[in-house]
Design a protein around this ligand. Structure first.
Ligand code: MG
Length: 421
């Protein structure tokens, strides 16, 4: 039977007013959560997530642990939806648990966000989890270097967190427990202040897990302590008779989460985590700015895309409205010639409206123009439409006078009344 011993410590740090981190240590389940959101919402999110995780982790299995993280996510989402003061809160969650794997003990690891799990094995520190942050994604894709990531202006933006959406992608691993292995769960307040070579040295130096946790907190606060700092250390005392040789290369198995759209081309899955090189572990302290709310890169892309669509739709609607209301045509209302505002027959949902009536009857319109007027004669402005009508009246009056002149002398009104019907 696998036996472990553990210790933990958490601290507000030297800058923040409150500690939004939370830790969980039970006999078989260990976790760190780093909450975010204003007005104590971060504290609520991290505590709520770990309480929900512990409650949902009913049986020691990897799938159960993943499901418990999903349940914890829903708890945060549902709570935020019912309390306006907590809207927008979120949290990271990194956990490990002793589980049963085909009848043997195993260690299951789950992660969402940028809290981390490290393994110290044979004195060498390995980062097991991958950060779900914008800069970590860019770094994995080879777009920026570690040095650029350390000073990147958007280094506090997460690509995954609990509490953002009803569904969450959970990374998971299964590891063979080996006597002498030491696991470290921690929030970013530690590794952003203390480089990994110094973390490894402290883990090697102090055997007691509680003392080692407190020492890591002290190192982070000595550096600057700009963020909350949390550590959980778990030591494997008994490995159920399994040793490193028996475990072989397969001691770490990564279970890929479903396709992760915001993390395209993140590289090959981790079969065995690469050791953390002391040379690489230069200082990675972030800026002192408050951690920003978790924002998915995918979400922003979707928002930008939908925003562009909305702008385009608004432009089209505006163009149709302007075209449908800022043109005129001369047409017929019953037997009366009128000036309409709008296109003949209308344009989409915009029907033409009578702008002016005229004293002209369709029957008075010269025969050559009558069909055109019946169909509607477009004019760019109201003035142009009036001019067109005036021309029709002039033509009509000329025809009338011409008709009158060739009619034998008699009352002029008779010809007028004849023509006008
Ligand atoms: Mg933090």
């Amino acid at each position: 039977m696998t036996r472990v011993v553990w210790g933990s410590a958490t601290h507000t740090g030297r800058v923040r007013q409150a500690n939004e981190d939370a830790v969980l240590t039970t006999g078989g389940l260990f976790a760190v959560a780093d909450g975010m959101g204003g007005h104590q919402a971060g504290e609520v999110a991290s505590r709520l997530a770990l309480d929900a995780l512990a409650e949902a982790f009913e049986q020691p299995g990897t799938e159960v642990l993943v499901a418990a993280v999903e349940r914890a996510n829903l708890s945060v989402v549902e709570r935020a939806a019912t309390d306006p003061t907590l809207a927008g809160m979120g949290t990271t969650l990194c956990a490990m648990a002793l589980v049963d794997l085909d009848g043997r003990d195993a260690i299951a690891v789950v992660n969402v966000g940028d809290s981390r799990l490290y393994l110290l094995s044979d004195g060498v520190l390995h980062q097991i989890t991958e950060d779900h942050s914008l800069v970590a994604t860019l770094q994995r894709q080879g777009r920026i270097t570690a040095d650029e990531a350390a000073v990147h202006p958007q280094r506090n933006i997460l690509t995954r967190a609990l509490g953002i959406d009803a569904t969450v992608l959970v990374d998971s691993w299964e590891m063979v427990p080996v006597v002498g292995d030491r696991y470290l769960l921690c929030s970013d307040g530690l590794f952003n202040e203390v480089d990994e070579s110094r973390i490894a040295a402290a883990l090697r130096r102090l055997a007691d897990p509680t003392e080692a946790s407190q020492e890591l907190i002290r190192l982070a606060n000595d550096a600057a302590g700009r963020d909350n700092i949390s550590c959980v250390i778990v030591d494997v005392l008994d490995d159920d008779g399994r040793d490193r040789a028996a475990a072989g290369d397969s001691r770490i198995t990564r279970h890929s989460s479903p396709a992760d759209p915001e993390l395209l081309d993140i590289g090959s899955p981790v079969g065995a985590a690469a050791p953390v090189s002391d040379a690489v572990s230069s200082g990675t302290a972030r800026g002192a700015g408050r951690r920003s709310m978790a924002t998915s890169v995918l979400t922003w892309r979707v928002v930008l895309f939908l925003g562009s669509l909305l702008v385009l739709a608004a432009f089209v609607v505006g163009f149709v409205w302007w075209t449908g209301t800022h043109t005129y045509h001369v047409g017929v209302d019953g037997t009366q010639v009128v000036i309409y505002q709008g296109k003949p027959g209308g344009l989409l949902w915009i029907d033409p409206k009578v702008a002016e009536t005229t004293e002209l009857q369709l029957a008075d319109v010269p025969a050559a123009s009558r069909a055109a007027v019946s169909a509607g004669v477009e004019e760019p402005t109201l003035a142009a439409a009036r001019t067109y009508v005036r021309n029709l009246l002039d033509q009509h009056e000329q025809q009338t006078s011409t008709t009158t002149s060739i009619i034998p002398p008699g009352p002029a009104v008779s010809s007028t009344s004849t023509t006008r019907g």
